[in-house]
Ligand binder design. Structure first.
Ligand SMILES: [Zn+2]
Ligand SMILES: [Zn+2]
Length: 219
């Protein structure tokens, strides 16, 4: 089997697992909260602008963010807490984001949003660079819910495997165009030559590159 085939098989396995996990999380959501349909979050309205609708404080079980005190306690036990420290330093200066984010965490812990929506919110709230730091902390916080933990882990692998065909960054589900066996950001789905924005009808591909009809290289 060639390297390329192996890679394809690996990605397909990840996709299948992520889809199964997302499906499972969705079913769980539907069965536990029939009156609260989950609505997709628009990329144009980032979670940071969301205003809290309730006054309930996050319960310790569903709050992934460590407090300074927790960090001190855990550090005494000799654990490596560099990730926690990095995130904590970031959050110290971004309290609003943190507030919006702990609300999303609660929604996910309560089964009101799916793994993929939650993952999308992580990315939009913290930026792609912080996702690898935030994620292990969230997985840790979900220790008493292995099913949600697994769904989130799978979705992460799925998203990472689907780097954008143009910019290579994470493609979140609401931003995704699927074409030529690859994922593309909607805004990256452009002709490699003239940069005109393409759609599924006007796009043509050779291998893993895309062009408009006018500029696609002759075979
Ligand atoms: Zn892109
Ligand atoms: Zn073109």
């Amino acid at each position: 089997m060639s390297e390329e085939e192996k890679e394809k098989e690996r990605q397909e396995a990840i996709t299948a697992r992520a889809e199964a996990a997302a499906e499972e999380a969705k079913e769980e959501t539907e069965s536990t909260t029939p009156s609260t349909p989950s609505t997709p979050i628009s990329p144009t309205s980032p979670p940071t602008t969301e205003t809290p609708s309730g006054s309930a404080e996050p319960s310790p079980a569903s709050t992934p963010t460590p407090t300074g005190r927790q960090l001190e306690d855990e550090e005494k036990s000799g654990q490596d807490l560099s990730l926690e420290r990095e995130l904590f330093a970031y959050l110290e200066g971004n309290k609003d984001r943190m507030k919006a984010f702990s609300m999303h965490s609660q929604k996910y812990a309560q089964g009101k949003i799916t793994a993929f929506m939650y993952y999308y919110m992580i990315g939009k709230t913290f930026g792609d660079e912080l996702v690898p730091i935030v994620l292990p902390l969230l997985l840790k916080a979900l220790a008493n819910d292995p099913k949600k933990q697994e769904a989130l882990r799978c979705y992460h692998l799925y998203a990472i495997a689907k780097g954008c065909g143009r910019c290579n960054k994470i493609v979140y589900f609401p931003e995704e165009v699927r074409f030529a066996d690859k994922s593309w950001h909607r805004w990256c789905f452009k002709c490699m030559e003239c940069n005109i924005t393409l759609d599924l009808k006007s796009a043509t591909s050779r291998g893993k590159k895309i062009w408009c009809i006018k500029h696609v290289p002759k075979e």
